[in-house]
Design a binder for this molecule. Sequence first.
Ligand code: UFG
Length: 343
Amino acid sequence: MNGKKILVTGGTGYIGSHTVVELQQAGYEVVIVDNLSNSEADVVDRITEITGNSPKFYKIDLTDSDALREVFVKEKDIFSAIHFAAFKAVGESVEKPLMYYRNNLNSLINLLDLSGEFKVKNVVFSSSCTVYGQPEKLPVTEQTPVIRPESPYGNTKRISEEVIQEFTIAHSGFNGIALRYFNPIGAHPSALIGELPRGVPNNLVPFVTQTAAGLRDQLKIFGDDYNTPDGTCIRDYINVVDLAKAHVAAISRQVNGKMRNSFEVFNLGTGQGASVLDIVKGFEKATGKKLNYTMAERRLGDVEQIYANASYAEKELNWKAEKTLEETLKSAWEWEKKLRNIE
Ligand code: UFG
């Protein structure tokens, strides 16, 4: 047990909850803050069931700096904050940009402000490959130019990285790590935690599992005329437990003081591109379920293809994705089945 205390904002969310499990299993003490705007309180009990260890939980909105201050007052000696809490629906952000800038940026500013005041010296930030847009060269390295993302959501990720970087420059001894996720999918092998989209899922894999479960009639594949081998878009789908482990690796880097710079960026992907049809076929193979799908129009704002060069994270964080796409898709299905009481 190393006992260090880690604040996890958005710790009851999809990636947050898996990360809390991995942190606890690595011996960290976890304090979750989450306003439950896109998650359920019973996730805390499920985490406890998996790890045998109950994380502390504060139901707090990070835009409420007085409430967050209370947490910093009560929880002395926080070593690092992993900041997941944010709005994340791309389409919604286009319709309500101010809501996204207000929430995602004010939350981060409050967190950094209080980190400075309470001498919390480290942050790990949940960023996204959306900051690369459609890159000219694939795979994407950390040197691939960052562009202005298509959506306000994506732009909050780009701006947040810059805010953290500037904060580390202004506050000597403060360390920031931004983790740029590719497409996280799958669920914990216990099937006790997983992705819980509210309403109709925007993302591919929840739509696939809900279609297989009979909640949706048909999956629409958005575009089959892209310049890719099978005509459908390519992404780098990363298992959420693998992704969670990368956060533990980032925290150990901060614990060991191994950072090369006050602000660092890592791509977190598998290094393998998979098309939408690969996901459909892979799901069918992994689960034995036939999917009802059809080809449809392209979705506005989709990039044609993106996948990571994951070698920098492997070299520096000593981390790499381990799970296969098939076992990951199977885990997504196991989670959906348990959720819907399907045998
Ligand atoms: N897709 C379908 N049908 C669906 C849903 C998705 O064909 O019903 C396709 C999309 O067109 C895309 C692929 O499946 O080609 C993946 O789509 P997702 O919505 O699952 O993921 P995105 O790559 O669009 O979005 C992800 C994250 C965002 C992030 C974005 C950056 O979810 O948070 O990557 O590229 F901003």
